[in-house]
Design a protein. Structure first.
Length: 254
């Protein structure tokens, strides 16, 4: 867990969410889910700790008894010609030492997992930062306003309608973690029109990213063009060619 590269994971997830329309889980939910899984694993393992410690104490008592027995037998063996009894005792002691070692190893693993949980919680705090502060929300609103201006312009040229995106802050029912929920405020119900809305969004994001100096892919792929009318596809292709210098060439998956 401590080797997970959260910034890279967030970037990959962000790109995937922008290009795959049916991803409903946010990155924060994914991290929180992963964290809860580890916590449950710790909880499952640690429930055996009292029993393990009790077994260790019992084994230590048995070991002490064997050591005392060994001392007594060693005195007798010193004047005897047979060492079979001593060998048997040594064999039993070896088994007891092995069992104690296994129990101590289990406790070390539990301590290691608890340390990883602590480190992960600290990383999650850093990840959350001030993203729900009033200042952050104001910055987000301004960025979204600038994006919606471009989004509305692109959709108006391609569909004759002005599309836009809004957001609300919601809370996960199970984890009680807050997250930003983004949605389009247009009531598009047909699959073809929804697909057209996605294409308009992708084109608008490229224009927005260039304006803001953000990293972006200089093309889009659309794998459900059969849901759109042929004339609409030609219109999108023509628009992309006309905006080649500012938008780039848009390739459509065949």
């Amino acid at each position: 867990m401590s080797e997970i590269n959260l910034p890279e994971l967030r970037e990959i997830y962000s790109i995937a969410k922008k290009n795959v329309s049916n991803i409903q889980i946010t990155f924060e939910q994914l991290v929180n889910y992963h964290n809860n899984m580890v916590i449950e694993k710790i909880r499952y393992i640690t429930q055996d700790i009292p029993k393990i410690r009790h077994n260790i104490e019992e084994q230590e008592k048995v070991l002490e008894e064997f050591l005392n027995t060994e001392k007594q037998l060693s005195k007798k063996i010193a004047t005897s010609d047979t060492f079979q009894d001593l060998e048997n005792i040594i064999s039993e002691l070896t088994k007891s030492y092995q069992r104690v070692g296994e129990l101590e190893s289990g406790i070390e693993q539990l301590n290691s997992v608890e340390k990883n949980i602590k480190n992960l919680n600290e990383e999650i705090k850093v990840l959350d930062g001030d993203r729900f502060s009033r200042e952050f929300q104001e910055r987000l609103k301004n960025k979204l306003k600038n994006f919606n201006i471009i989004f509305a312009k692109v959709s108006n040229e391609l569909y004759g309608e002005q599309y836009g995106i809004s957001f609300t802050i919601k809370e996960d029912k199970k984890t009680k973690q807050r997250y930003y929920y983004f949605e389009s405020f247009n009531a598009n119900t047909s699959s073809g029109k929804k697909q057209g809305e996605i294409i308009c969004f992708d084109i608008a994001y490229i224009l927005f990213a260039r304006k803001e100096g953000l990293p972006f892919l200089n093309f889009i792929l659309n794998d459900k063009k059969e849901l759109m009318h042929g004339n609409q596809l030609k219109k999108v292709s023509k628009y992309a060619k006309e905006k080649k210098n500012s938008v780039g060439i848009f390739n459509f998956k065949r």
